[in-house]
Design a protein around this ligand. Sequence first.
Ligand SMILES: [Mg+2]
Length: 195
Amino acid sequence: MKEFSQFVNSLSKDWTLFLDRDGVINKRLPDEYVKSIEEFDFLEGVTESLQILSKIFGRIIVISNQQGIGKKLMTIETLDSIHNQMITDVSKDGGRIDKVYFCPDLADKPDNCRKPNSEMAFQAKKDFPEIDFNKSLMIGDSASDIEFGKRLQMKTIFIGKSSDSSADFEFSSLLEFTQILVNELDSLEKKGSIC
Ligand SMILES: [Mg+2]
């Protein structure tokens, strides 16, 4: 984990955390879309993790493909209300999500805004000009999330189990990443005080 330790050492408030939503923040519904607040279920330890990550990263941005909109399975208003509730719940536990970007396009639409395309990242950069893609981390549970991050020269973390992931690092969950990150920060601090 030497490389991970170097990565952790480079982190500062100049860094932005980009998060995929389904499968990273909330439970992914098999072959289904989350179409209502009732169907939105946080994964274990996510709000607690975001409370910690909010202190480490200057910006936290959620980037999500939501073609359920393009398929007319839900409205943008419903999706907005799901996201408002998600942001409120994260805030209640002391964390922060600065903004959510979603792409409503169908996957077969030419020139769509879906990950791995960079459009949602450029929207975020427009709203938050301080975002530096070279000081950004993308965390996702799909190959398209990792590809999205790589195209922008971000660091990448794959959530789940994949033997062929090209991500920089892999963890089983956002919670596991956060716990190992905290341990690493603690040991770096100890090393710093010894030297
Ligand atoms: Mg996902």
